[in-house]
Design a protein around this ligand. Sequence first.
Ligand code: SAM
Length: 320
Amino acid sequence: MILPAAQAVVAALAPGHAARILDVGTGSGALVPAIGAAAADVTVVGLDASAEMLQRCRSAAGIPAIRCDALSLPIRDAAVDAVLLAFVLFHLSDPVQAVAEAARVLTYGGLVGTATWARDGPMEADEVWDETLTEAGAPPLPAGRVDAALDSEDAIGGLLAGAGLRPTRIWLEPLCHRWGLPAFYRFATGSGRNRQRLQQLNAGQRGEVLDQVLKRLRALDPDAFAWSGEVVCAVATLSMLGMKVVTAELPVHVAPSSRIASAARFFQPVISGRSRTPGRAVRSVQYGPVHGSVPPEHRRPLRASGAALCWASTGTANGN
Ligand SMILES: C[S@@+](CC[C@H](N)C(=O)[O-])C[C@H]1O[C@@H](n2cnc3c(N)ncnc32)[C@H](O)[C@@H]1O
């Protein structure tokens, strides 16, 4: 039901040939076939916090799957070409950190794709389920996800830009589904939050609830089974334009070390000035990124005797 929106994100990611892609919060790996179809010769790795989901992912999708928290990916910097975060950010305690992690593991020119809920229902048949369970004494569960701050194009655009990513496309993807009663009943009893609530009841109560709800559902109009929702889909890139300027302090009498010289090939001076360090003849230069990609070894602060070259991997799109 929700897959078409995530598949649209995968198609928009359009990673190139031989791409390395992380599917963070992969679940059962339902998006793996779409990822395979979007690019030739891709290597997909699934990551998820749930061992049960990963087991399903390994057997259903046949990809390597790693158990981890999306807030701390066990992946080195600048290692992958694309990161997919489909229907996962709203489950996380810190979506900002998850997007920062995605940006950290991306190569330059790499892409992040996200899918989050702008609107999900309501649907009358769901409300009937909810009421029946509450009347039977099954307490509501705590919120399983938090859509706030992830539910609009502006919010997602801000989230991605805050991690130094440049959104290339953000759009709303409408979804709708018309359930038949048997399929809805199977879905509601076999998975999801209604099932969890059912488990809170004893066997006798459960039987009564199931009889009761079936009776109520049968009395509903077919429109009560019509669901619609809207998904915020986004693709963003880790672009050099998103970088902050870099600052180098090079003592004038010291020739730049080979390490700095080699790093400096990838930057151009954008601001020059005198150092504010008293008593030192130091030339202070701010460097901005030049076109082309910066190799991973130059992504962290570099230090050499008598000189330092540092740069930050986050910043505003105009390099301020
Ligand atoms: C709704 S499913 C999405 C599955 C898949 N991305 C898709 O679109 O079909 C959300 C997944 O996020 C996983 N998840 C929740 N919290 C997580 C966390 N902190 N780190 C990694 N995965 C997490 C859940 O285990 C679940 O498999």
